[in-house]
Design a protein around this ligand. Structure first.
Ligand code: NAD
Ligand code: UDP
Ligand code: UDP
Length: 343
């Protein structure tokens, strides 16, 4: 059953995922699961711009056609409505596996489905990679470190995760997805890559997905108070989406399996983040304290030495530079205008 992909690959002059770096090649055929979502759609833009053919596989749970609509009509772009929990047959060279809602509001909505997406969905995409000899990249998460006892988090840290809490479907689901990925690598020689993504923000984020950057920005634009959970002293490190996409592509094209932390080490408390949002949108924006959610990690900051050294990657866009780019997108989507008028 390897024959068709091998034949197609040979016809195009290379074998899936095994193109030596530096050799000029024809466009690849690439699947992006979750490609209609926030991160996926930015990745698709870059791949299409590079001249590759992209197949987006998405069930539109949190993704939107609007995020990829600008590629409709491009012969190098295909969109398939499909749930990765069901098997899927395609002939491709690379698989970027992103399908999975990333916001707690969405994943707590149906934790069993979330777990199935992470486990069975990842299994199916690995089975696909194995069958056609494609290279497979998993977008895992900093959540695999749980409420970390090591700071900043290095890839060799095994994490501190509650297996029975409300976040477990996500944390443990991604940990299992990493395990499956490594077992397919060891057992079936699938070429794999693992990224551990830290909090990422930017245009096209779901507006009401409950994540802190999207919440604060939407609240400040709507003249509602910004909701700080707990005492606001917990920290996160916020990465602009274009930096992440660059890291994912370098990881896929490079020679190293990972896992690699991909995040911006710039660390902020939620109160500091609220202050940056005030500076960017509205100095009079109010803050309102709310009780924190269960199992909320106290701090999180990536150690990115490994990605720096082996991928030659580091983020370029600090929060104060990236936030305005997201704000103008949110402004358009919330108020439906296309002017640059300040809120
Ligand atoms: P998102 O919710 O915007 O995108 C996820 C996409 O997957 C959506 O388009 C959704 O419709 C699709 N999807 C969900 N379940 C599916 C299923 N069963 N079958 C097919 N498609 C499905 O989230 P995002 O922020 O773009 O995250 C992308 C990936 O990056 C996820 O795997 C997420 O876990 C990971 N990640 C993101 C962040 C972040 O800060 N954004 C941090 C860590 C990890
Ligand atoms: N799979 C898929 N597309 C493919 C090949 C496999 O969706 O092109 C699914 C398949 O249905 C199975 C999973 O991936 O549920 C794992 O496949 P694998 O061949 O590794 O395992 P097996 O089918 O032998 O149990
Ligand atoms: N948070 C907050 N106000 C909000 C939403 C989230 O203070 O309106 C806090 C949340 O408690 C957590 C941090 O912001 O400490 C990051 O939450 P998010 O859901 O964005 O990401 P994650 O917890 O997955 O890192």
């Amino acid at each position: 059953h390897h024959h068709r992909a091998a034949f197609e690959a040979a016809a195009r002059g290379f074998v899936g995922g095994k193109v030596p770096l530096g050799i000029k090649r024809k466009g690849l055929r690439i699947v992006v699961t979750g490609g209609a979502g926030f991160v996926g759609s930015h990745l698709v833009d870059r791949l299409i711009a590079r001249g590759d053919s992209v197949i987006v596989v998405d069930n539109f749970f949190t993704g939107r056609k609007e995020n990829v609509m600008h590629h409709f009509g491009n012969p190098n772009f295909e969109l398939i409505r499909h749930d990765v929990v069901e098997p899927l047959l395609l002939e491709v060279d690379q698989i970027y596996h992103l399908a999975c809602p990333a916001s707690p509001v969405h994943y707590k909505f149906n934790p069993i489905k979330l777990l199935l997406t992470n486990v069975v969905g990842t299994l199916n995409m690995l089975g696909l990679a194995k069958r056609v000899g494609a290279r497979f990249l998993l977008t895992s998460t900093s959540e695999v470190y749980g409420d970390p006892l090591q700071h900043p988090q290095v890839e060799t840290y095994w994490g501190n995760v509650n297996p029975i809490g409300v976040r477990s479907c996500y944390d443990e689901g991604k940990r299992t997805a990493e395990t499956l990925t490594m077992d397919y690598h060891r057992g079936a020689q699938v070429e794999v890559r693992i990224a551990r993504i830290f909090n990422t923000y930017g245009p096209r984020m779901c507006i009401d997905d409950g994540r802190v950057v999207s919440n604060f920005v939407a609240q400040a634009l709507r003249k509602e108070p910004m909701t700080v959970y707990g005492d606001g002293k917990q920290t996160r490190s916020f990465q602009y989406v274009s930096d992440l996409v660059e890291g994912l592509m370098r990881l896929m094209e490079g020679e190293h399996i990972g896992p690699f932390n991909l995040g911006n080490p710039g660390e902020f408390t939620m109160l500091e983040l609220a202050k940056v949002v005030q500076e960017t949108i509205d100095p009079n924006a109010k803050i309102e304290f709310r009780p924190n959610t269960e199992d909320d990690p106290h701090k999180r900051k990536p150690d990115i030495s490994r990605a720096k050294e082996l991928l030659g990657w580091e983020p370029k866009i600090p929060l104060r530079q990236g936030l305005p780019l997201m704000v103008s997108d949110f402004h358009k989507r919330i108020f439906g205008d296309h002017s640059d008028a300040k809120p």
